[in-house]
Design a protein around this ligand. Structure first.
Ligand code: PEP
Length: 255
């Protein structure tokens, strides 16, 4: 009923030749893919064009960030309208990450700004992948549910029901990102069920049950099946393990 999704967040990795090699290799191994999950890759913005123009590349593509502003004097920024404009005809570019913990931490992006980014994307027909997740200190002080609740409410709960249905949520405990420490499947399931219950309280069960919630944080071939088997985990947002075709395909096949 809900879409299963495996999304690869390439962050600031891979240069043009490596991007092309990945796509050529991935395309030649498409017959190994056994799962019907939606596959998304989120390259650095400068390579969106390369990915969109590759022949036989039918994987969905997303950006890693966009501006909260429509247009104007914001040097270095890329607007949601520009992302939309980029791929208006082929419609490969569907998604954009919002609020990845690295953006929250290094670029000081707060929930109110992220809510604006979500708005710009939806206004332009793109789907936000909205990231949330607690830091280690929140888990240790048992305030992790409150923290994630505030991220969800402040970033998303101003949306109308039909708008919220355009959003994919990624729960990524910050202490698990790039550290090799994965949340246990119980810890992840517990938080995913909690997020879904928040949505159900505000928008009703049917909307809550229609929204894909992905897990991210050191997800790899060895642990993906156990995570994806949980009833409220609808796939993964994968960092390091999405940079190699082998491990990415193994994770995609973990459903
Ligand atoms: C991420 O950056 O979204 C992520 C989950 O990274 P990793 O898989 O490397 O922990």
């Amino acid at each position: 009923m809900r879409k299963k999704i495996v999304a690869g967040n390439w962050k600031m990795n891979l240069l043009d030749e490596e991007v092309i090699n990945f796509i050529v290799d991935f395309n030649s191994r498409k017959n190994e893919i056994e799962s019907d999950s939606e596959i998304i890759i989120l390259p650095a913005s400068i390579y969106l064009d390369t990915m969109i123009s590759m022949p036989d590349w039918d994987i969905k593509i997303g950006a890693q960030n966009c501006s909260q502003f429509n247009n104007g004097a914001y040097t270095g920024e890329i607007s949601a309208a520009m992302l939309r404009d980029f791929d208006y005809d082929s419609e490969n570019l569907h998604y954009c990450l919002v609020g990845h913990s690295e953006r929250r931490e290094y670029f000081n992006e707060q929930n109110d700004v992220l809510a604006e980014k979500v708005n710009r994307l939806i206004e332009n027909g793109l789907k936000p992948i909205y990231c949330c997740g607690e830091e280690l200190q929140h888990r240790e002080s048992e305030s992790h549910f409150d923290w994630v609740q505030a991220q969800i409410e402040e970033g998303l709960f101003h949306l109308k029901e039909e708008e919220l249905k355009q959003v994919v949520i990624a729960y990524e405990p910050v202490w698990a990102i790039g550290t090799g420490k994965t949340a246990t499947s119980n810890q992840a399931q517990e938080m995913h069920a909690f997020i879904r219950s928040l949505i159900a309280k505000k928008y009703g069960d049917s909307t809550a049950n229609s929204i894909s919630i992905l897990y991210g944080g050191s997800c790899k071939p060895e642990n993906a099946s156990e995570l994806f088997d949980q009833p409220d985990i609808d796939g993964g947002l994968i960092g390091g393990a999405s940079l190699k075709v082998d491990s990415f395909i193994q994770i995609i096949n973990s459903f």
